[in-house]
Design a protein around this ligand. Structure first.
Ligand SMILES: NC(=O)c1ccc[n+]([C@@H]2O[C@H](COP(=O)([O-])OP(=O)(O)OC[C@H]3O[C@@H](n4cnc5c(N)ncnc54)[C@H](O)[C@@H]3O)[C@@H](O)[C@H]2O)c1
Length: 409
């Protein structure tokens, strides 16, 4: 085993994982269907920014990592393809995982281990992956071994977390689980728990759902406090002094590819049992509308009627990354669009290409055009600009501004 690891899907998760294995001395080929991406990587260029990624990339290149659009014949595969949810049913869309599994089956050696790192809803391997394998005449546990090793890393701190987060390995066969655990030990310095596949699937979704529910609680508190002029941040700060209380922070909404997506898997599969989880999702999805109503109040107070005088700071869904998937700003712009409110200005120092209307690439130009600055993403960049932005009307949805005049959520 582990003569060569073929990592399938070279996005936010697959690429750093492939690089980590390669840096640690494992022979790695990274495979992606996106020809442009593979060409970019072969040319020695990265497709996204991440602290420490360039250094890791160079180390992995020195160790001989290869990139290809072809699946490799080997005995170990790691699948890190997207797992979106179907909008209407809220259930997992398994098409990428199914397609990658079949492509692996086309080329794999007998007895190969197929490790699925993609986040999947509980029961997905039984429902979608095993049938594909059986259909093709492979005997599970003999011709092919299944493992689910979900990933926990967070953009912005991925390289550190790959090394220091603990991991879960779910396997049908405990010995295979132990072998996969040993494989990850080449770079993972934390505990690796070996369990069954269903528990690995469920625990991953539960982790993200827990955070969604906790954030929703903070967001609901923010709304309650707003109606009666209480300081939600002060209240959470005090409440968290209780030894068994740990409330997260409110914000403009939940974005990204995990927390805002994974709870839907449970809602889709257990609609009658997920009242709390569904309500939490709805509260978090309502936050861009709450920000809009805050902007409206501030405009009224200052007798500003021109929407083009509003500037949204941040397009990424979290600080110091360039990932805009499901971002609160995009959700907010969509809401404005629905209300025919066009013309709001947008800026994000991490997004160098124009992806929305009225997006600025230069911060000073952006600032010159606006009167109300709405901070939606707490990039370090804006934290260094407080002296400059103080003379604007600032709505700080992330509670980062230390000056009195800033409005809060
Ligand atoms: N992004 C995160 O922060 C994060 C964190 C933890 C877990 N996850 C999970 O990891 C998985 C991957 O997420 P991501 O953010 O890396 O996605 P991504 O969209 O950044 O990357 C996925 C890559 O897979 C490629 N791909 C799709 N189908 C393929 C196929 N059949 N064969 C080969 N390549 C294929 C795509 O071209 C793309 O480059 C998802 O299940 C996600 O939920 C993501």
């Amino acid at each position: 085993m582990n003569r060569k690891v073929n990592v399938i899907g070279l996005g936010y998760i697959g690429l750093p994982t492939a690089l980590m294995f390669a840096k640690s001395g494992v022979e790695v080929v990274g495979t992606d269907l996106n020809e442009g991406l593979v060409k970019l990587l072969k040319d020695g260029k990265l497709s996204f920014e991440e602290e420490g990624l360039e250094k890791l990339f160079n180390e992995a290149l020195e160790k001989g990592i290869k990139f290809s659009t072809e699946y490799q014949k080997t005995d170990t595969y790691i699948i890190a393809v997207p797992t979106p949810y179907i909008n209407a049913s809220k259930k997992l869309d398994p098409k990428y995982v199914i397609s990658a599994t079949n492509s692996v089956l086309d080329v794999c050696e007998k007895g190969a281990v197929l490790i699925i790192e993609s986040t999947i809803s509980p029961g997905s391997i039984d429902k979608y992956v095993r049938p594909e394998i059986s259909k093709r005449g492979f005997v599970l546990g003999k011709d092919i071994h299944l493992v689910h090793a979900p990933e926990r890393i967070i953009p912005g701190n991925m390289i550190y977390e790959l090394e220091y987060n603990s991991r879960t390995v779910g396997a049908d066969d405990f010995l295979i689980g132990e072998r996969v655990k040993n494989l990850y030990t080449c770079f993972c310095k934390s505990e690796i728990v070996v369990t069954d596949i269903r528990s690995a699937e469920m625990s991953k979704v539960v982790e993200n759902t827990y955070r969604d529910v906790n954030i929703a609680f903070a967001n609901e508190l923010a709304k309650i406090c707003r109606t009666d002029n209480m300081d939600v941040y002060e209240i959470i700060r005090i409440a968290n002094k209780h030894p068994r209380v740990n409330i997260l922070q409110p914000g403009p909404g939940v974005g990204g590819h995990c927390i805002s997506v994974d709870p839907w898997f449970l809602v889709g599969d257990y609609p009658d049992l997920t009242n709390l989880i569904l309500t939490a999702r709805k509260i978090n999805d309502s936050m861009p509308t709450h920000v809009l109503s805050r902007i409206r109040d501030i405009m009224r107070e200052h007798r500003i009627t021109d929407i083009s005088k509003i500037g949204l700071y941040g397009l990424a869904y979290k600080e110091n990354v360039d990932d805009t998937r499901e971002s609160p700003t995009l959700q907010l712009l969509e809401k404005m669009d629905e209300h025919l409110a066009f013309g709001v200005k947008v800026f994000d120092p991490f997004i160098k290409e124009r992806i929305v209307d009225h997006q600025f690439i230069n911060f000073e130009d952006f600032l010159n055009e606006i009167e109300i600055l709405v901070i939606i993403t707490a990039h370090d960049h804006i934290k260094e600009k407080f002296e400059i932005i103080k003379n604007k009307i600032v709505l700080d949805t992330k509670n980062i501004c230390d000056f009195e005049s800033a409005y809060k959520l």
